[in-house]
Design a protein around this ligand. Structure first.
Ligand SMILES: [Cu+2]
Length: 509
């Protein structure tokens, strides 16, 4: 199948309206590939995780290979299954650029966190002997070298972690990997006219965050996920560089949220829509007991659409995505064993309750460095080519200032905050221009208020990443240490923003 026939199919979504045509017959599920799970790296018995960052070649479209990178394979990495306790991790770098393995969602000390200060040079290795103690959850790992996180995650350096306590059967939760417990790494990628995955940033890509034109799930395009005729668990990881998904099921059946970033809720929450921004995870139960096929769909990215920061200026650009699109199709396979056919009433997760008094308050403003940019002549000058695809985004950004936090771009030599170990702090995070997913390393938080309202249902559990659309008030618990040599990061998880300075660092002592 080439790109054109793919684009005509059911799963495609487009960024460029010039590629739009009339509607076409949908591909039948029969001649589409079955969704694969990442290979399982089971560390529950061994307590060991060995990763090698390596080159690969991936043909997302038949006959069109893209040079990619991955952990232990050509694109993405294995699903790491682990439990609390001692974990020995080792990362070997077989690439020609520095890499890390950041354990996004694991509460480990700064020296084991795999942030920018732990960059592993080509040919070298890095080891972390960690002690993991936290509730079961779905976490994420990815490279985190300052300045190249976006390009290298885009090329494939990311994977899923299942932190398990082997008690999901008691909870009544599906737990058979790849059968009724599916890991879904959601990524949008841009394919060029030769069907190869491309990462060519225009200035608008830098401003709004990169948006792809094809949906990729677990490194596959146009695949169909087979599910048993019962309750299936979907572990969703937003592994996109910038895309914010608003997920729903095509027949509007409920999605039962059972876990957020930090683990299980007290009881499932039935959702019609789930907001999932880059770096966030959510676990859903979906009942396929009626045997019908259904599609997981998403509304357009609010940062890319007409409501986005520069919507008013974008009328001529033809790059707005404001329509919904299919993320992944599901088809019931009656040959698969049904493990769970009734939704659990209660889970044993603990909801955050960090109190509300006498905590230190910090203000975090996620700044676009727009000084001067909004002035006349800076934007949309006819014939300047500034907004064309493949433009010189970095050059333009250089002339318009940089991204930062509290007015300052990231500096690896500067500690922004010094936090007391074992304390709770109130962080008031503001996104004045655009919605930014805000991530804190080495800590979990409770969203207390967002935009002066009670938080969305999917933000009520323990979180380490949350989309800030205006102002969000977080109560953050700091229980893991980090020194000034290897501090923790806090940053925007739109990777194009993070790489250009929307990041800070803090110690916990
Ligand atoms: Cu951002």
């Amino acid at each position: 199948m080439n790109r054109r026939s793919f684009i005509a199919g059911a799963t495609a979504f487009l960024v460029n309206s010039t590629m739009l045509g009339p509607s076409y017959a949908q591909n039948s599920a029969n001649n589409r590939p079955r969704l694969r799970m990442p290979p399982l790296l089971d560390a529950t018995q061994t307590g060991r995780v060995d990763l090698t960052a390596q080159f690969g070649s991936t043909a997302f479209f038949e006959g069109a290979s893209t040079r990619t990178i991955g952990y232990n394979q050509g694109y993405l990495g294995p699903a790491i299954r682990m439990k609390s306790g001692a974990l020995g991790a080792r990362l070997t770098n077989a690439l020609d650029v520095p890499v890390t393995a950041h354990w996004h969602g694991l509460l480990v000390p700064g020296e084991h966190d795999g942030g920018p200060h732990s960059a592993v040079q080509p040919g070298e290795s890095w080891s972390a002997d960690m002690q993991v103690e936290q509730p079961p959850s779905t976490a994420f790992y990815h490279t985190h070298v300052h300045g190249r996180t976006a390009s290298d995650v885009y090329a494939g350096l990311a994977g899923v972690i299942h932190l398990s306590d082997d008690r999901d059967e008691e909870r009544g939760l599906p737990s058979v990997y790849g059968v009724d417990d599916l890991s879904l790494v959601l990524q949008d990628r841009r394919f060029d006219t030769r069907d190869r995955m491309a990462y060519d940033l225009s200035m608008m890509d830098v401003m709004h965050g990169f948006a792809g034109n094809v949906m990729v799930v677990n490194g596959q395009i146009n695949a169909v996920a087979a599910v048993p005729k019962g309750v299936t668990r979907l572990r969703l990881v937003n592994g996109s560089n910038a895309r914010i998904y608003t997920l729903f099921l095509s027949d509007n059946r409920p999605m039962h949220l059972v876990a957020t970033d930090g683990g299980y809720l007290e009881r499932p929450i039935a959702l019609e829509k789930l907001l999932l921004s880059p770096g966030e995870r959510a676990e859903l139960l979906v009942d396929f007991g009626d045997g019908r096929s259904v599609a997981l769909k998403s509304d357009g990215d609010p940062n890319q659409g007409p409501m986005g920061m520069m919507g008013r200026m974008r009328g001529a650009m033809n790059r707005v995505i404001d329509r919904s699109f299919t993320v992944l199709d599901f088809a019931v396979d009656e040959s698969l064993p049904v493990g769970i056919d009734v939704l659990p009433d209660m889970l044993d997760g603990a909801m955050p309750d960090l109190g509300d008094t006498d905590t230190l308050t910090r203000h975090v403003s996620l700044d676009m460095g727009m000084g001067g940019m909004m002035g006349p002549g800076m934007m949309g000058r006819p014939g300047s080519g500034m907004m064309g695809p493949g433009g010189t985004g970095d050059t333009m950004m250089g002339t318009m200032g940089v991204f930062g936090i509290n007015g300052r771009p990231f500096d690896m030599g500067r500690i922004d905050f010094e936090v007391g170990l074992g304390t709770t702090e109130r962080w008031v995070v503001e996104s004045p221009m655009l919605a930014h997913p805000f991530h804190i390393h080495g800590a979990m938080f409770q969203v207390v208020r967002e935009d002066s309202r009670t938080p969305r249902p999917e933000h009520t559990g323990w979180k380490d990443t949350v989309l800030v659309t205006g102002q969000s008030e977080l109560l953050v618990r700091f229980d893991r240490p980090a020194s000034a040599n290897i501090p923790f990061m806090f940053h925007c998880h739109i990777l194009e923003h993070e790489d250009r300075g929307m990041m800070g660092q803090f110690t916990v002592t």
